[in-house]
Design a protein around this ligand. Structure first.
Ligand code: FDP
Length: 363
């Protein structure tokens, strides 16, 4: 114990713990290599890829923490993206940060993001870097202007084939093609949660070190949790099955509603405490709002690795093959029991519908 510790009269066990944390601090790149337990080229690549994602996260976090003080950080650009949504200045900044972080990495041949109509190619990298980074640079961007948490979501896939015409057809495959996925949560602290298919691990950015340090390993999502997370303002637009599920949770003890407006924040809560997040289809948007390749599939990969599930209501998210780059899917994701409960309402409704159709066709 140091003199300062003695003068502060600190409990030695607390100090032991604090020093132990300092001594054992595991960085992200080291952790990826430990996870893969091989010196293979792919393990080295994934470690370097995660490092680049961490760099992008630090740059975005830095801008977000000063967003109210610097020019051109808040508000809209006046443009709409390929999905017809208004683009915020922070969306564009973060999109560009990922491009810059990977441009000189030699690792990634293509980046595909929800902010770009088509994938962005880095021809100099394509001879050696056969990976594609798929990402949502700012998830929950409506929260930016009011200083609430936002996120970034990412997935890494191997490039399959030459993609000579630049159509990126090989990206139109199911979620099992992802070799790594995760998200960054920009909250009171910045956290990076990732999986390379060997469990789910959380890192917290220590701003004084400028490093992401391991803060939780092998996260397991509870089988059931109290939270249901959904925008209930869409109630009138939902299918009756989803309305029935919501009526059920309203009438039973033990449920609590949480919805932050940023998918990453809501998923983060559920990952640690259990429950279910839903963004079902609506009358206006039968496929829902969330993009398969940049949002639903990466989060499904992560949540499955933590022992949870992700479904469209009738199909596992990981099995969905998109028809186009920016395809959307309904999403029901979280604790196994809670996802199954939502699905049971959808299945019951489908059975009723089939029975009614059979009866009317007999008449
Ligand atoms: P946003 O459009 O603000 O980027 O990714 C889409 C997303 O946010 C999610 O993060 C969030 O959960 C959802 O949309 C919010 O949409 P609603 O306002 O329709 O609830």
């Amino acid at each position: 114990m140091t003199e300062i510790d003695q003068s502060l009269d600190l409990d030695p066990s607390v100090l032991d713990h604090a020093y132990a944390l300092d001594r054992d601090c595991t960085t992200l790149s080291r952790h990826v290599l430990q996870q893969l337990q091989t010196a293979s080229a792919e393990a080295q690549d994934l470690s370097a890829l995660m490092n680049r994602i961490a760099l992008a996260a630090k740059l975005i976090a830095r801008r977000l923490t000063r967003a109210g003080l610097v020019e051109d950080a808040l508000g809209f650009t006046g443009r709409t993206n390929v999905q017809g949504e208004s683009v915020k200045k922070m969306d564009l900044y973060a999109n560009q940060v990922f491009i810059s972080a990977f441009e000189q990495s030699g690792l990634v041949c293509r980046l595909a993001s929800e902010e770009m109509d088509n994938p962005y190619y880095i021809p100099d990298n394509c001879a050696i870097g056969r990976y594609t980074l798929l990402y949502d640079p700012i998830d929950g961007s409506s929260n930016v202007d009011i200083n609430l948490n936002v996120g970034a979501i990412f997935a890494i896939r191997r490039q399959e084939g030459e993609d000579l015409d630049g159509s990126a057809q090989d990206l139109l495959q199911d979620g099992h093609k992802q070799i790594a996925a995760g998200y960054v949560l920009f909250g009171p602290s910045t956290m990076l949660i990732y999986s390379v298919g060997k469990g789910v691990h959380a890192f917290t950015l220590d701003p004084s070190l400028g490093e992401f340090i391991l803060s939780a390993e092998n996260i397991q999502i509870p089988e059931h949790g109290p939270v249901y997370s959904v925008n209930e303002g869409n109630f009138w637009q939902w299918d009756e099955s989803i309305r029935n599920y919501i009526r059920y949770v309203h009438r039973h003890e033990g449920y609590t509603a949480r919805y932050s407006g940023a998918l990453v924040g809501d998923i983060h809560r559920i990952l640690f405490q259990g429950g279910v997040f839903l963004y079902p289809g609506t009358v206006k948007k039968p496929e829902g709002k969330l993009r398969l390749l940049y949002e639903s599939a990466p989060l499904a990969f992560l949540v499955e690795q933590a022992g949870g599930r992700a479904s469209t209501g009738s199909q596992e998210i990981m099995a969905v093959v998109p028809e186009k780059l920016h395809a959307r899917t309904p999403l029901i994701i979280g604790s196994k029991e809670d996802v199954a409960l939502v699905e049971s309402f959808i299945q019951e409704h489908q059975r009723d519908h089939q029975e009614r159709t059979a009866l009317t066709s007999k008449d």
